[in-house]
Write a protein that binds this ligand. Sequence first.
Ligand SMILES: [Zn+2]
Length: 263
Amino acid sequence: MHTTHNSPVTYQLNDKSEQAFTLNDAIGKNFSIKATGNIFCVACGNKTKNSFRQGYCYPCTLKLAQCDICIIKPEQCHYDQGTCREPEWGETHCFQDHTVYLAKSSHIKVGITRATPTRWIDQGAVEALPIYKVKNRLISGLVETIYKNYVSDKTDWRKMLKNITAEGNLIEMRQQLFSESKTEMSYFSPEISNGIEQLTEEPVVKIEFPVLEYPKKITSANLQKKSLFEGQMMGIKGQYVLLDTGVLNIRKFAGYEVEIEFS
Ligand SMILES: [Zn+2]
């Protein structure tokens, strides 16, 4: 799903001929999504029987740097040991500026990204605040590891979908965390410290989602088990389409060929 940070967020999907259509247009309407049974790897495009890591074929999960464990745990970056699966990909994706941020959804959490505000929208955050700009992905992971001692790095997606939002002021939280983490942050080598810029003046980014009504109970649809998911569309939040019959994580079924109808 492609997202644009409008008020509210606009969600778009591409059809077979790569034409984008706006999913927001289906809100309030009867909506159905049906998996045809075909799955195509999001990286190589080959047909695959099963999808791994949200849309990859099995060979790609073994081969691509973007499927390596260091993508989830950047502090385990092993580029400097000469064992990066795709050093060139690493240079264009990992050795780029990253943002360490605080975001508010079910919890106040810390996270890292290269893609703001897309990442925040994907997580269903209603507020986000960049707190550091760092030189590469490895450093962002090291900073996040320190911050995880003070603040969660997870979102409870069920609470997020029910619109149960954490209390707290991100600006105050930023100041508090800057002082709490000061000692640990001072232990970095100069080489790493020089790659960290503290952001003290950034404003809070607010995100509004197109939702008519939030579900009270969460029933999660699985296109792999049941190919048809239908109902009245109540809205879209994070990576989820909310119908009155349940919720569907669209990202989880990336690569699935589907037929979508709404009226
Ligand atoms: Zn593949």
